[in-house]
Design a protein around this ligand. Structure first.
Ligand SMILES: [Zn+2]
Length: 109
């Protein structure tokens, strides 16, 4: 059974089949993926995710893709960098900045 049931407008609730569209034809609202939780829930666990690859693909069971990844195999798992001087300026003890500039291959995902 498929992980994705279709797409639904967040504003008016109109359902759409899965397709490469992102806005509702009726109200121009954003479309969200409707996941098949009956299919997904038995397959996921905290332990399975933690044991996955050091990339976004450790969340594969929760992503709206049906097959194995064909692009962006190394995307995700980017480091948090402690920004001590900026944190001091802002009055924050522990300020971390997510460095998504090290994502491959786009360097900006
Ligand atoms: Zn709509």
């Amino acid at each position: 059974m498929a992980k994705v049931l279709g797409m639904r407008c967040r504003e008016c609730g109109q359902d759409y089949p899965t397709s490469p569209i992102h806005v509702c034809e009726l109200c121009f609202g954003p479309l969200e993926v409707v996941l098949n939780w009956e299919e997904i829930t038995p397959k996921i666990s905290r332990e399975k995710i933690a044991a996955g690859p050091p990339s976004m693909w450790r969340y594969w069971d929760l992503l709206p893709v049906e097959g194995p990844p064909t692009v962006g195999k190394h995307v995700g798992f980017t480091p948090l960098v402690k920004a001590e001087r900026l944190g001091h300026e802002l009055g924050l003890k522990n300020l971390y900045i997510k460095n998504d500039a090290v994502n491959y291959p786009t360097l900006s995902f």
